[in-house]
Design a protein around this ligand. Sequence first.
Ligand SMILES: [Zn+2]
Ligand SMILES: [Zn+2]
Length: 208
Amino acid sequence: MIDYHIHSNYSDGKASVLQIAKKAKELGLKEIAIVDHSIELSFGLDEKKAKRRAEEIEIAKETYGIKIYSGIECGINNFGEIYLPAFDFDLVIVSVHEYALNYFDRIIDCIEKKEVHVVGHLLSETFGYSRDLEKEKELLDKIESLGVALELNSGHQCPPEDFLAMCSERNLKISIGSDAHRLERVGKVGWCLEKAKKYFWRAKLFEI
Ligand SMILES: [Zn+2]
Ligand SMILES: [Zn+2]
């Protein structure tokens, strides 16, 4: 089992890298990615923090013997831009963190011009959205042709069911993440696995 979306205390998560690694080991997780918020948020991961966190990740890997990736979750702004600190991340997730009228265009713009791996918590009710079937199809075309992974996010329980149904005939990669901000949520990806089985039996699991 994997969990590719965990926040640590390097942004707004409660647990330290070592605590997360210990928990992941106890749960028998094979691989995890620690993805803190980027610098569009005041508490986000800047270059200095990214370096410090990477050192902690190395120690945690040696201590617990599991694979831990160094990732970041960047919020996509109004212009489809992200703020990425100068650091070689293993994983870049891009997400929208506010209600936006140009929701789909932002994401399309962003994945077209930036090198990113995963579109995070698409159509999460937490941030609100207006559905637009044409735009949703356009986005899916883009995700598919660029080979970007679509995230199944158990924390936000999204994308919604009817959207997932549209994905099942496509050649997509999926990424699995709990979006844990506290230790108890680490590895809680049952929702993702259930949806993966139902809609993505042909899809490839995104692996770093
Ligand atoms: Zn997010
Ligand atoms: Zn997140």
